[in-house]
Design a protein. Structure first.
Length: 237
């Protein structure tokens, strides 16, 4: 998968993608991440990419011209161009608090695309005319950050985990919270007794069916306690 990040602060991405599973995925050529500085497409001698909003008001708005040129540079074709396979079309995502809230279903779908182009907003946002070229507007929650860079990192991390080869044991991804619509079951490791607290006996039994049944029940109990809204369409265990 190829991922282009359009941002006015490209250095913010240097450290997060130089560590852990994402770095390994890049080294193994599972994903290719390019940070593109929107300022480099500014025709202003001072590389200015923002201006005051029409109609007045506080703050600044990112101008349409440099963003559009950055999108063209990233290989964006005409919006109405037809693709035999929709996942071959570069998907343009705008990280915005006004977008649909990111969830595992969206992450799963995004992992099927060959290329994602992620636009990071800033200040009061982008010129609305750029939205004519955006395919998806995505938020990571009902709150506002200083820019779209951190949400872009969250999105990329979540999508990368869905790609084969990124997580060594892909079954661990399938058991993650939300993958099957419920939360994950509790996890334990050595020692078997810690400060008088014991590991559940089912996990020490060696009986795989008993362990599986215990984990499934605990996953539902955890979901009922922490996120009962997820159980609306689930069969009771």
């Amino acid at each position: 998968m190829k991922i282009d990040i359009l941002t006015i602060f490209p250095k913010m991405f240097d450290s997060p993608f130089a560590e852990s599973l994402i770095k390994r995925a890049i080294d193994n050529k599972i994903i290719q991440i390019n940070t593109i500085d929107i300022r480099s497409f500014s025709k202003d001698k001072h590389k200015k990419v923002d201006d005051k909003p029409f109609g007045g008001g506080v703050g600044m708005v990112l101008k349409p011209e440099p963003i559009f040129d950055a999108l063209k540079n990233s290989g964006v074709k005409k919006k109405n161009k037809e693709y035999k396979n929709r996942y071959n079309k570069p998907l343009i995502i705008y990280m915005s608090p006004q977008g649909k809230v990111l969830n595992n279903k969206i992450v799963n779908n995004l992992s099927n695309f060959k290329k994602l182009i992620i636009l990071c907003g800033h200040y009061e946002g982008i010129d609305e005319r750029i939205m004519n070229f955006v395919d998806e507007e995505i938020s990571i929650g009902d709150f506002v950050l200083t820019g779209g860079e951190l949400p872009a990192m969250v999105l990329i991390d979540a999508v990368a985990r869905m790609l084969p080869g990124v997580v060594k044991e892909f079954n661990s991804v399938k058991n993650d919270s939300f993958y099957n619509g419920i939360l994950d079951y509790p996890q334990y490791t050595r020692p078997a007794i810690f400060k008088g607290l014991s590991v559940p006996k089912q996990l020490l039994s060696g009986n795989h069916r008993e362990i599986e049944n215990w984990r499934l029940k605990q996953a539902y109990l955890a979901t009922k306690k922490k996120r009962p809204d997820l159980l609306k369409n689930k069969v009771k265990i």
